[in-house]
Structure formats: structure tokens, C-alpha cells
Design a protein around this ligand. Structure first.
Ligand SMILES: Nc1nc2c(ncn2[C@@H]2O[C@H](COP(=O)(O)OP(=O)(O)OP(=O)(O)O)[C@@H](O)[C@H]2O)c(=O)[nH]1
Ligand SMILES: [Mg+2]
Length: 306
């Protein structure tokens, strides 16, 4: 799916169009008129979020939706996963939640179809109680390389201002973007988030290096974490991110090489998908789980001596 792909056309107005519009600002959570077939970002009901909230943060095409799906197929035997029916009030949201349920039921997904699942809130419950919520948003709500300094959409600013715990899964990929300038801009945007809006005493950050399968850093069938980590942290364009994390007050920032699966063309121009080995979602879930529940004794010891 390239950036020019039609999948988001008419679905989501850009953050810019929302923020710079000359129309008077809408009061929080009060319904604004809906244009049929569009998501009105002022109508996002952020009151549906009570946390802990796991935010999949990354630009377009980095793999947020398929990561979410891979993670959900891993945890669904122990957790109930249900799309929050009232998070979006536009007429397309029912289609989004239905597409999510369908894909989760049959993970022979053609990745193109994840275009229908690009903006939803999932409630994750265990033994009848809420464990956390997952927020998956379109990449341009977080970072648009053509407008790197664009502000976050209003609903995102409201979420950032709320007091509940947030776990930011920050998406990277080796060789992401076309230029070092784009990389620097992405790094700066995240550095600003880490230093200005993430509260290290309350929130957590997980660095996810996606599409690990596309690179040759493997031993015994397992990704060599140190290689992926070095490629991200030692990259000169990510200096501002590294500095921000160093000064953030976090004792430990997990790093997770990830792959959702193998993607191939089926010979007819469509992509087919095979789920990645279970150790990928297992590792990611361990880090999310510990950032909510606190680390196990063994993990704490390991983190002290690493
Ligand atoms: N090789 C490989 N390709 C992947 C992986 N994850 C995602 N992709 C590819 O990246 C494409 C985009 O993935 P999405 O999950 O739709 O990306 P996204 O971040 O949700 O994108 P937006 O919704 O546009 O913000 C997929 O269709 C796959 O072709 C992965 O783990 N390995
Ligand atoms: Mg998506």
C-alpha cells in the first residue's frame, strides 16, 4: 500500500484541516455535524477511554494494524477482545469494527483489507475486568512526513491531557522513510512527545522495531535484538529521540524486534499473509503486560543486571 493509495481518501480529514479550519472550535465531546462517509475527528468520544491505554504510535504503512491483529490472535485465548462500539460516532465505524472481527476470525488476511481497520478502540478484558484498551489510529494522526510539524488532532490532545496510564508503543523500521530529514523529523516529533507529554512516573514507552523479517539479523531462527537496537539507537538521525529517552526518567525502555508475518504476492497481484512465529507477539505482550502490572521478580532482576 503506497501513500498514494486510495484507502484513506474521504475517510479521515488530515489533522491540519481540522486544526487550521476557520470554523469556530467545537467544545469537547459535543457532536458536530457529520458529513456522510467521513470521520469527524471532533466526534471522537474520548470519554470511552479510561485506560490503561496502549497507543500504537507510528506513521502510515509501518504495520500498526497488522501488529494489532497479530497481538490479538496471541492473547485472545486468555483475554476478551471487543471493539468499543461508541468510540467513533460516524457511520463508517460499524464497518470498521465488523472488519476487525472478521479478520480476527480468519487471519488468512489479504493485508490490503486492513485499510478498513484503521481507527478503532479495543477493550481488552480478563476475568470480567478491564485489563487495558488498545488505540489504533491512522498513521497521519501521529506523523505526516509532508507536514512533520503538524499538531496532533484534537482528540489525541485530549487523550494526552488525561490522567490515566498510557503505554506508547513507538513504531520504527530499519530503512524507514526515504530521507534522513524524514527520520530526523520523526525522531524530533517523538522526542517532543517523550519530553513534554509522557509522564515517566505514570506512563511507559516501548520501542518496537517492525518488519524484522525483512532484515538478515537472525541467529537460530530468532531476531538478534542487539543488532536491531544498534541500528535504531546508533542512527545519527535518531539522536534527539535517544537524548529524550535518556533524560526522561524511565528506568527501563523495552526494545522489541517484531514481525507480524510473511507477506507474499499470490501471483494475481494480491498479497497473502502467513502469521509470524509466536515468540514475536509473546515478547510484545510480555512488555505491555509488565508495563501495566509491573514486572515479575525475574524481569526486575534481569533489568537491574542487564
Ligand atoms: N514483511 C513485513 N511486512 C509487513 C509487516 N507488517 C506490516 N507489513 C506490511 O506493511 C503494510 C502496512 O501495514 P499496516 O498494518 O496496514 O500499516 P499501518 O501502520 O496500520 O498503516 P496506516 O493505517 O496507514 O497508518 C502491510 O500491508 C504489509 O504489506 C511485517 O511484520 N513484515
Ligand atoms: Mg492502520
Amino acid at each position: 500500500m503506497s501513500e498514494s493509495k486510495e484507502q484513506f481518501k474521504g475517510i479521515v480529514p488530515t489533522p491540519d484541516s481540522e486544526e487550521t479550519s476557520s470554523a469556530p472550535p467545537q467544545p469537547q465531546n459535543i457532536a458536530a455535524p457529520q458529513v456522510p462517509g467521513e470521520v469527524n475527528l471532533q466526534r471522537i468520544d474520548t470519554r470511552r477511554i479510561t485506560g490503561p491505554l496502549v497507543v500504537f504510535f507510528g506513521p502510515r504503512e509501518i504495520g500498526k494494524t497488522v501488529t494489532l491483529l497479530r497481538l490479538c490472535t496471541y492473547i485472545r485465548s486468555n483475554y476478551r477482545i471487543s471493539p468499543d462500539e461508541s468510540f467513533r460516532t460516524d457511520d463508517r465505524y460499524a464497518g470498521t469494527t465488523a472488519a476487525f472481527e472478521t479478520l480476527l476470525g480468519d487471519m488468512q488476511l489479504a493485508p490490503e483489507s486492513t485499510g478498513d481497520i484503521n481507527f478503532l478502540l479495543l477493550n481488552i478484558t480478563h476475568d470480567g475486568g478491564r485489563f487495558c484498551q488498545f488505540l489504533e489510529s491512522p498513521g497521519e494522526h501521529f506523523f505526516d512526513r509532508l507536514k512533520p510539524k503538524a499538531p496532533y488532532p484534537n482528540y489525541m490532545n485530549r487523550i494526552l491531557a488525561e490522567d490515566y496510564k498510557k503505554i506508547f508503543v513507538l513504531f520504527f523500521e530499519l530503512n524507514m522513510f526515504r530521507s534522513d530529514e524524514d527520520l530526523r523529523n520523526y525522531s524530533d516529533k517523538i522526542a517532543g512527545l517523550v519530553s513534554d507529554q509522557i509522564v515517566s512516573k505514570r506512563d511507559e514507552v516501548i520501542i518496537l522495531c517492525n518488519k524484522a523479517d525483512l532484515h538478515p539479523h537472525f541467529r537460530g531462527g530468532m531476531p538478534i535484538k542487539a543488532e536491531y537496537r544498534k541500528a535504531i539507537y546508533d542512527h545519527s538521525s535518531f539522536r534527539s529521540l535517544k537524548e529524550a529517552l535518556k533524560n526522561s526518567g524511565f528506568r527501563y525502555v523495552p526494545f522489541v524486534p517484531f514481525s507480524a508475518g510473511a507477506f507474499n504476492n499470490d501471483g494475481t497481484g494480491r498479497k497473502v499473509f502467513a502469521l509470524s512465529p509466536e515468540h514475536y507477539p509473546k515478547h510484545l505482550w510480555k512488555e505491555i503486560h509488565e508495563s501495566i502490572q509491573g514486572p515479575s521478580v525475574w524481569s526486575s532482576l534481569w533489568n537491574i543486571f542487564r
